[in-house]
Design a protein around this ligand. Structure first.
Ligand SMILES: [Fe+2]
Ligand SMILES: [Fe+2]
Length: 172
């Protein structure tokens, strides 16, 4: 045992699609924010989109390293209409929580099928999800503190815009 199984391979291919979908979704959120002139939030979301793209490629590389081809699938149209910045980040949090569940399920499957290499690879993602949920949860909390104080909202937007460059291909 320990070799890749069809089930695990299929599940990883599905997760690659989910990471690309997350990337696409963050880009749609960036568009909404920038269109409404929350340029800092837009910058943050563009960088997050690039990170999700990086996650997809990490799994893409893993599948190839295990000597299997990657099967890419279509991506659903992301939600692009929002009522407010807080709604954008609440949506982002829900999305991250959903991805965490997917990763947990994938890890459980790899464990059951005794695909140890996949388990090792997925451990990085489990840790990453803890970090991402924490970060987005903090932004949501700050949005709630700001409420209807537009000066505070602009400060928060500026703070989000100060996010350091993503590990790969970030926007300006
Ligand atoms: Fe991700
Ligand atoms: Fe994420």
């Amino acid at each position: 045992m320990g070799r890749m199984t069809t089930q695990v391979l299929e599940a990883i291919n599905k997760q690659i699609a989910a990471e690309f979908a997350a990337s696409f979704s963050y880009l749609a959120m960036a568009s909404w924010c920038e269109h409404h002139k929350f340029m800092g939030a837009g910058r943050w979301l563009r960088q997050q989109s690039a990170e999700e793209h990086g996650h997809a490629l990490k799994l893409f590389d893993f599948v190839l390293a295990r000597n299997h081809p990657v099967r890419l699938s279509g991506i659903d149209e992301p939600k692009s209409e929002f009522g407010s910045v807080v709604e954008v980040f609440e949506r982002a949090l829900a999305q991250e929580q959903e991805v965490s569940k997917q990763i947990d399920g994938l890890y459980e499957l790899a464990f059951r099928e005794k695909v140890f290499a996949a388990m090792a690879e997925l451990q990085w993602f489990i840790t990453e999800q803890v970090e991402e949920e924490k970060t987005v949860r903090e932004i949501v909390a700050k949005c709630h503190m700001v409420k209807d104080d537009s000066a505070a909202l602009l400060d928060l937007d500026r703070e989000l815009g100060g996010r350091g460059p993503a590990t790969e291909g970030a926007a300006k």
